[in-house]
Design a protein around this ligand. Structure first.
Ligand SMILES: Cc1ncc(COP(=O)(O)O)c(C=O)c1O
Length: 392
C-alpha cells in the first residue's frame, strides 16, 4: 500500500555537506553559519535585519521582551493558532486577549480585534496561518489608530506575500519557524525579522543571556580571553551553527521548495473542485500563499454551534479511514483559547469564539511536500472521494 505522510523535509547531499562543515571546523555554536543564514533569510524576505533563534516561540518571546511587554499589559492574539502565540504573552505576565478568526482565511478577524482594544492593550500578534498572510492592511490601520505595536507570527509564513511584500516585514517584528512541518527546516529553529534597529539589537543580546557581544565576536577579537558584559536579563535562545548551516542549504533551494508546494496545492485545487463538502483554501486577490499546509474545511452542511460536534465526529471518521488507506491527515491546528490552560484561567468557551472552535473541529490538512508526485496527489484525491462515503 502506498503510504503518504503529511509532510517530508527536502534534504539532499547539499544539506549533508552543509552540516559537516561546522563539525570539521569545530565551531558548532552560534557563529558564522548562523550569521550567513540570517543574511540569506533577510535578503529573501526583504527584511533589514534577521536575528536567528532556537525556535519561533523563542523568537516571539524575544520580540515581545524587546518591545517591553510587562504584567498588566494586554496583547491581542487570534483564538485559532498554535498555543505558543499566546504562551509568549503569558511568559511576560501579560494577558493574551483572544479574538475570533475569519473562517474563509483562518486568520484574525480584525473587526473583532478592534472591539477588544482597551486602555491596557499594547500590541497585536496577527498570525499568517498555514502560509496565508493575515489581513495586514487592516491590522496595521488598527494598530496606527490605537497606537499599538504589531508582531507578526509568521511561523508558517515563509513565501507568503501581499502585493509582493513578504510576511514578517509589515509590523515591528516578524517571527518564523523552521520546525520540520514548515517549508524550510533546521530541525528546530526560528528567525526574527525587523526594520527596527532597537528591536534587532535587543533581540541579539536577549537571545544570548543579555550579553553585549556574542561569543563568536569575542573569539574574533584580540581580547577573546575576557567575558562579555551582561547589562540585562536574557535567555539562551541561540541557534547552533549546525542549524545555521542547514538553514543556508535550505535557503539555496527555497524557490524550488515554494514552487513545488504551489504545484501540489494547485493540483489539489483542480482535482478537489468537484467535492462540494470540502472547502479548499482561499487566496484573496493580491496575496501569495506559501502553502505551509493545505488546510480544508469539512463542510457537508453549514456549520453552526449545535451541529459542529456531529460534523466533527464525521470529519474524524474520515481522517481515520484515510489513515487506514495510508494517507496521513491532521487537523489544521487547535483553538489555543480553548486549550485547557487558557479555558480554565480565563473562563473561555466555544460560544465566545465560534469560528475558531469550528476551525479546530472541522479542519482537515492534506499531505503536502515539494517532492510529492502526481501519483501521490492523485492517490490522496481518490482516497478522499472514496472515504467520504464512510463519513456519512
Ligand atoms: C502559528 C504558529 N506559531 C508559533 C509556532 C511555534 O513554532 P516553533 O515550533 O518553531 O516554536 C508554530 C509552530 O507550529 C505555529 O504554527
Amino acid at each position: 500500500m502506498m503510504r503518504i505522510p503529511i509532510t517530508k523535509p527536502v534534504f539532499g547531499p547539499e544539506e549533508m555537506a552543509a552540516v559537516q562543515a561546522p563539525l570539521e571546523s569545530g565551531w558548532v555554536v552560534q557563529g558564522p553559519r548562523v550569521a550567513e543564514f540570517e543574511r540569506k533569510f533577510g535578503a529573501f524576505a526583504g527584511a533589514p535585519a534577521a536575528v536567528a533563534a532556537s525556535s519561533c516561540t523563542t523568537a516571539l518571546h524575544l520580540a515581545l521582551c524587546a518591545l517591553g511587554v510587562k504584567p498588566g499589559d494586554e496583547v491581542i492574539v487570534p483564538a485559532f493558532t498554535w498555543i505558543s502565540t499566546a504562551n509568549v504573552v503569558e511568559y511576560l505576565g501579560a494577558t493574551p486577549v483572544f479574538c475570533d478568526v475569519d473562517l474563509a482565511t483562518y486568520n484574525m478577524d480584525v473587526d473583532h480585534a478592534a472591539s477588544l482594544v482597551t486602555a491596557a492593550t499594547v500590541g497585536i500578534v496577527p498570525v499568517h496561518l498555514f502560509g496565508l498572510c493575515a489581513a495586514m492592511d487592516d491590522v496595521l490601520a488598527l494598530a496606527r489608530r490605537r497606537g499599538l505595536w504589531v508582531v507578526e507570527d509568521a511561523a508558517c509564513g515563509f513565501g507568503a506575500r501581499i502585493r509582493g511584500q513578504h510576511a514578517g516585514t509589515f509590523g515591528d517584528a516578524g517571527c518564523f519557524s523552521f520546525h520540520p512541518r514548515k517549508a524550510i527546516t533546521t530541525g528546530e529553529g526560528g528567525m526574527l525579522t525587523t526594520a527596527r534597529d532597537d528591536v534587532a539589537a535587543l533581540a541579539r543580546s536577549l537571545r544570548d543571556h543579555g550579553a553585549c557581544r556574542s561569543d563568536f565576536d569575542r573569539h574574533q577579537s584580540s581580547n577573546a580571553f575576557l567575558l562579555a558584559g551582561y547589562p540585562r536579563l536574557g535567555f539562551n535562545y541561540r541557534m547552533t551553527d549546525l542549524q545555521g548551516a542547514l538553514g543556508c542549504a535550505q535557503m539555496d533551494r527555497a524557490e524550488w521548495i515554494l514552487a513545488n508546494r504551489r504545484r501540489v496545492a494547485s493540483r489539489y485545487d483542480t482535482d478537489l473542485a468537484a467535492l462540494d463538502w470540502l472547502e479548499r483554501p482561499r487566496v484573496p486577490a493580491g496575496f501569495d500563499h506559501g502553502y505551509q499546509a493545505y488546510v480544508c474545511l469539512f463542510r457537508p452542511e453549514t456549520p453552526a454551534i449545535d451541529n459542529v460536534p456531529a460534523l466533527h465526529a464525521r470529519r474524524t471518521a474520515l481522517m481515520a479511514s484515510l489513515e487506514q488507506a495510508g494517507i496521513a491527515t491532521r487537523p489544521g491546528t487547535h483553538a489555543a483559547a480553548l486549550t485547557e490552560y487558557y479555558a480554565r484561567k480565563y473562563s473561555l468557551t466555544p460560544a465566545q469564539f465560534p469560528r475558531a472552535w469550528t476551525a479546530e473541529q472541522l479542519t482537515l490538512t492534506l499531505p503536502l511536500y515539494p517532492q510529492q508526485t502526481d501519483d501521490e496527489i492523485g492517490a490522496v484525491c481518490s482516497a478522499l472521494q472514496s472515504a467520504i462515503a464512510l463519513a456519512h
